[in-house]
Write a protein that binds this ligand. Structure first.
Ligand SMILES: [Zn+2]
Length: 449
């Protein structure tokens, strides 16, 4: 079926202006100002923006983290995502003490097979690196697995990599076709931090100081440059780390970084409230958010992502008040991606549309190895399209449809994903899901497991 979107404002490929878009089946056929043509289905957008479907590069779904099962399955998470213009989700597969990497991949595939409204991609976190593990990993890029996620912290969980291992993986698995996402917080500085874990939620932030992020960023950046690895630093939370990354992002190819809505908009003073543990995440909420938002506006972050990590209310409240490190560590955010990054550029909607297209669609698709199939409105790309209306009905920002504590209470928005297409199928209209049977696809192919 051919679908024509007319009378919109195209925002993609670094340009914004009036235009139309034609899709046929699963693909985009053409986009531009003069475009017309026959179509079975025609939508008049009345000046709303046409963006590539958003790609959330950093989401945790359908997984167990520490003691807790996450509050969103692939299906549930993809619902709030689609309602906010996201058509591709990049989640994580983590090898742990009980499961080999192939077993963890099999589990993820089974869970995803229960359905998703978005297309799905994964980053892999291996934790064993014997010769046969590396040989297995090296077979994966040819099947569409493009990224490995590494941690410089969480030693007690068994997923921390030290400098020599990180350098070694950059050197050996980079040329095999992998890019690397790295969580940068230096575990030695964290374990040596002078803070009392029984002193309440604020202690969580004191235990993970800004210097831990900056130190890890500097080390990992040096290792990436020395080994010519593609590096993406996830959830940058401090201005100092952003500044340390800036010269490498401009000079090198393949050094990128992201930030998330919680580091732009949430107030670290809330950690001192009685219910402050509800805002615990790593890295923690930081001071000086005005300066950080200015950095985001000036292009300090290649990617806008969420680090969506939703816990049920009961699980978030289930901690012994003696040790803040026992709190379920993470915040939901999928439904906040569109409204809270748009808010950065609110006075200039053309700019907002362009920044979202670049940093929440095009760039994350590149980092994930999915561009130009995803994150593009060029002919031949998947017909993943988000039509965004900045003056929709006012609504509350809602991060997840699960039973979670909303981290953005009282935040309101009028930005609406008024139409969302995933590979040509209309899945959302007026911000509401209209797809009954979830038709999202698993993007990478699986080896014999
Ligand atoms: Zn994360």
């Amino acid at each position: 079926m051919r679908t024509l979107l007319r009378n919109g404002r195209l925002a993609a490929g670094g340009r914004v202006g009036p235009g139309n878009l034609l899709m046929d089946g699963e693909r985009i056929v053409a986009a531009g100002p003069e475009l017309s043509g026959n179509a079975e289905r025609v939508f008049d957008l009345k000046g709303a923006y046409i963006l590539p479907g958003l790609v959330d590069l950093h989401v945790h779904l359908d997984d167990q983290i520490g003691r807790f099962e996450l509050a969103d399955s692939y299906l549930g998470g993809s619902r709030i995502a689609a309602q906010n213009g996201i058509t591709t989700l990049c989640s994580f597969i983590t090898q742990d003490r009980c499961r080999s990497l192939p077993q963890a991949m099999r589990d993820a595939r089974e869970r995803a097979a229960r359905g998703t409204h978005c297309d799905l991609q994964w980053h892999l976190t291996p934790t064993t690196f014997e010769a046969r593990d590396r040989a297995f990993l090296a077979t994966l890029p040819a099947l569409g697995w493009h990224t490995i996620k590494l941690y410089t912290t969480y030693r007690e969980a068994g997923i921390c990599s030290d400098d020599s291992r990180i350098g070694d993986l950059f050197r050996t698995l980079g040329p095999a076709g992998f890019g690397f996402l790295v969580h940068c917080e230096d575990d030695d500085l964290i374990s040596g931090a002078d803070a009392d874990p029984s002193a309440g939620p604020q202690a969580h932030a004191d235990l993970r100081p800004p210097l831990a992020e900056l130190t890890a960023v500097r080390k990992v950046l040096g290792l990436a440059r020395a080994n010519r690895a593609r590096l993406h630093v996830v959830h940058v939370s401090t201005a100092a780390a952003a500044r340390a990354l800036a010269p490498a992002r401009e000079g090198d190819h393949g050094i990128t970084c992201e930030t998330c809505p919680q580091y732009l908009w949430l107030d670290p003073a809330w950690l001192r409230r009685e219910d402050g543990h509800r805002w615990i995440c790593s890295p923690p909420l930081r001071e000086d958010r005005e300066e950080f938002r200015d950095l985001a506006r000036s292009g300090a972050f290649d990617v806008f992502a969420t680090d969506h990590c939703p816990f049920c209310r009961g699980d978030k409240d289930d901690w012994d008040r003696r040790d803040v490190r026992s709190v379920a560590n993470g915040l939901p955010g999928l439904g906040a991606l569109l409204p809270l990054f748009w808010r950065l550029f609110e006075e200039d909607p053309d700019r907002a549309a362009l920044e979202l297209a670049r940093r929440a669609a095009e760039n994350p698709a590149r980092v994930a190895g999915l561009w130009p199939r995803k994150g593009s409105l060029a002919p031949g790309s998947d017909a993943d399209v988000a039509v965004v209306d900045p003056s929709g009905p006012e609504r509350e920002v809602r991060s997840s449809l699960g039973e979670v504590w909303e981290p953005y209470p009282g935040f309101r928005t009028r930005v609406q994903a008024s139409l969302v297409f995933r590979r040509g199928d209309l899945i959302v209209a007026e911000g509401q899901l209209v797809e009954a049977d979830p038709g999202g696809r698993i993007l990478p192919r699986f080896p014999e497991l």
